[in-house]
Design a protein around this ligand. Sequence first.
Ligand code: FES
Ligand code: FES
Length: 225
Amino acid sequence: MQLLLTVNGMQYEVEARPTARLLDVLRDQLGLIGTKEGCGEGECGACTVLVDGRAVNSCVMLAVQARGKDVLTVEGLAQDGELDVLQQKFVEYGAVQCGYCTPGMLMSAKALLMANPVPSEQDIRIALAGNLCRCTGYSAIVAAVKAASGHDATPAMVLPGEAEELAAEVSTDPETLAIVQEVVEAAEAELIQGTPPAPEAFPSPGAPAMPPGAPTAPADPEEGE
Ligand code: FES
Ligand code: FES
């Protein structure tokens, strides 16, 4: 059957089976592969698009049901080469890992902000409840949506200053450096000689180390006679 669809502000005429899913028409016929398929049964939210401003799972919606309606996919978020504020905040807040859930997350968040520009954290969590992410743990995603809506939100990816100071302290500690050097030398000796280093070559902190190749016990003067 012939379908006239409006997607991201453009009109498309496509030939599709009456039972074709909106997801398949978007991906396979219009080439809009930003929308992802996860479960294919309305559970994961990876396929979320907006239809007349409402977030829907395009894997369980027939394409014919979108006739005469405005469909918005993740490709339609950026305008004039500028990322949507939600996309910017997802990047800034490290709300993306593998990225598979991200288009669906963005579209659900977009529907929320269109209906409620200043949502509470609970509103955000409810709006995203149908979008599953196996990577991020959700905190960064919620923080990004909060930030996009003008709330103060702490980026999850900013390293604390103390961690850098601690790293600098550890790498310049003379005792730590001496132990690391002993271990490296012992490993090199093993590679050269093909024999495992003596346990004494791996000293515990504070214990004097025997040099590589040194005898582990005083030589017996009688030995060899
Ligand atoms: S692919 Fe549509 S909800 Fe999972
Ligand atoms: S970022 Fe990997 S599933 Fe969400």
